[in-house]
Write a protein that binds this ligand. Structure first.
Ligand code: PLP
Length: 228
């Protein structure tokens, strides 16, 4: 089942890329495996999936340490600064940096490990009070301050827009993130301003996100089924 789901999603990614003349290879599928067991992740690995997204550190640690080291892991949950050391140890990409205090903590631990930590800045495009993410108007200030941190590499932006019933309703939010990324790239805010990563789109709306420029889509339910 997981294999069939992955194949359907890869095909849908290719179709969405085709509709906007984009190379499907330029779009990364992040399999969101929160609350899924290692067995289910292994099943996805057997079908060629290599990138996984996790929301909870404790849960992720057990999986990451027991699965092949060739896999790549993205942290996509809310991160407390006092967990920054562990996050740097475990994750290839931390997608949810939204405040300077957290960025500084990540920078410090990445420095201690002698590497540069890849990060995305999470933006709260829908200005929802219960959601994490920097507000769009504060993004430039945050990214400028983060530019001073030598052990972080800011690859792009991530967002989780308001919940909607029709995927088309997500489009304006995805577009808003892309526009913001373009403005910030013009100011040289990213590690590579010609190739800014945009992590947006989930099971219900990843095709729309790709049409609006997503370079990473985070898909859970459509791969693994409903979470327990
Ligand atoms: C759970 C989660 C997803 C995946 O959502 P699905 O609707 O199951 O595809 C994507 N992004 C984040 C940040 C999540 O927490």
């Amino acid at each position: 089942m997981i294999c069939e789901n992955l194949e359907m999603i890869r095909a849908a990614i290719a179709r969405a890329a085709g509709r906007c003349n984009r190379d499907p290879e330029s779009i990364e599928l992040v399999a969101v495996s929160k609350r899924m067991t290692g067995d289910r992740i292994s099943a996805a690995v057997a079908c060629g999936q290599t990138i996984f997204g996790e929301n909870y550190l404790q849960e992720a640690r057990v999986k990451i340490e027991s699965l092949p080291s060739s896999l790549r892991w993205h942290f996509i949950g809310h991160l407390q600064s006092n967990k920054a050391r562990e996050a740097v140890r475990l994750f290839d990409l931390i997608e949810t940096v939204d405040r300077l205090k957290l960025a500084r903590a990540l920078d410090r631990y990445a420095g201690q490990r002698g590497h540069r930590q890849d990060v995305l800045v999470q933006v709260n495009v829908g200005r929802e009070p219960q959601k994490s993410g920097v507000l769009p108007e504060n993004a430039e200030q945050l990214l400028s301050a983060m530019a001073e941190l030598d052990h972080l590499r800011i690859l792009g932006l991530m967002t989780m827009p308001p919940r909607v019933s029709d995927p088309e309703q997500s489009r304006p939010w995805f577009r808003a993130l892309r526009r913001l990324a373009r403005q910030l790239a013009e100011r040289g805010c990213f590690a590579d301003n010609d190739r800014v990563e945009l992590s947006m789109g989930m099971s219900a709306d990843f095709a729309v996100a790709i049409e609006e420029g997503a370079t990473m889509v985070r898909v859970g339910t459509a791969i693994f089924g409903r979470r327990p």
